[in-house]
Design a protein around this ligand. Structure first.
Ligand code: ADP
Ligand code: MG
Length: 290
């Protein structure tokens, strides 16, 4: 039977905006020492905006942005939404053989030309020489922007930098978690330097960057093998295996259905303060049982 104090804890959590699907999760949450956060859409707003366009060939700014927007039409990634939004009147052209390269980018044939758009790992895998962009990539990433590269048959054409700002409450909520003694980790597929810049802004202790979607659950498992008890907080379809692997998975309110179905707890509001409240309630609930 579920103890009365746990039932009361689940009720109290609901009042504060946290849906506890699994009553045992409240007990597991009281033993947690580490919180792992997805970056995009969890610590950040998840609505990046184009901040810079840099050119490395005879293609101009408009050509680079238009080609990128054509490529992204088949993608539902937040970066794709941002790039498409940066081009208000996109002319229609034939886009064929669209392909998503998970955790790296996209490719397609646009108006008969095969193009590639994504991160440095994607470019390197296709033998695109990115030497001219190296310094720009490092500089923009250090500012917290995500650099996305456009190439045509091994030739680098341009770079689009996108900036995704922190949620307004991220800093304050993470400060509360530090005061409660938790270790705070960021988990992301983004560039290491971008991740570190955003982590510093948010007040995160450790960064695990450049992780492919399928590697996120494995990263959680590695922390558990070090003896840590882990809460994972995420919002995306990509986060579902990591939410399931964690001792307690917490899905953001506006998150994907898959994330919500996998997580033991769901925030009813998109507010990281609710994560802090859930952990405080969990500790108080277990104190009442002893
Ligand atoms: P995150 O952990 O932020 O959700 P993803 O695994 O979705 O990261 O993507 C990792 C990286 O791959 C992105 O930072 C970006 O550089 C690149 N990438 C992924 N999808 C796309 C896309 N549709 N367009 C451009 N770049 C992409
Ligand atoms: Mg996310």
């Amino acid at each position: 039977a579920t103890p009365m104090s746990v039932i009361a804890g689940v009720g109290r959590a609901a009042e504060l905006g946290v849906l506890v699907r699994d009553a045992d999760a409240l007990q597991r949450a009281s033993e947690v020492d580490t919180l792992v956060f997805d970056k995009t859409g969890t610590l950040t707003q998840g609505t990046p905006q184009v901040s810079d366009v840099l050119l490395y060939s005879d293609w101009d700014r408009q050509q680079v942005l238009h080609a990128a927007a054509h490529l992204e039409q088949g993608s539902s990634h937040p970066l794709a939404t941002a790039i498409i939004a940066a081009v208000p009147d996109l002319p229609a052209v034939d886009v064929e053989q669209f392909r998503t390269i998970r955790g790296k980018g996209v490719s397609a044939t646009v108006a008969g030309r095969t193009l590639l758009l994504g991160n440095l790992a994607l470019m390197e895998a296709q033998q695109v020489d990115c030497t001219p962009a190296r310094e720009d990539i490092e500089r923009l990433a250090a500012l917290g922007a995500t650099p996305v590269l456009l190439a045509d048959d091994r030739q680098l054409l341009g770079l689009i930098a996108l900036r995704d700002n922190l949620r307004p409450e991220s800093r304050a909520a993470l400060q509360r978690l530090h005061q409660l003694g938790f270790q705070l980790v960021m988990l992301t597929g983004d560039h290491e330097k971008t991740a570190r810049a955003i982590a510093a802004e948010a007040g995160i202790d450790d960064v695990i960057a450049g992780v492919l979607p399928e590697g996120k659950a494995q990263a959680i498992e590695q922390l558990q093998q070090q003896g840590r008890k882990v809460v994972m907080v995420g919002d995306g379809i990509n986060d579902a295996p990591a939410l399931a692997q964690a001792d307690v998975g917490i899905a953001m309110g506006g998150g994907s259905d898959v994330a919500v179905e996998t997580a033991a707890m769901t925030l009813m509001r998109n507010d990281l303060h609710c994560v802090v409240d859930a952990l405080a309630i969990s500790r108080a609930t277990l104190r009442n049982m002893r």
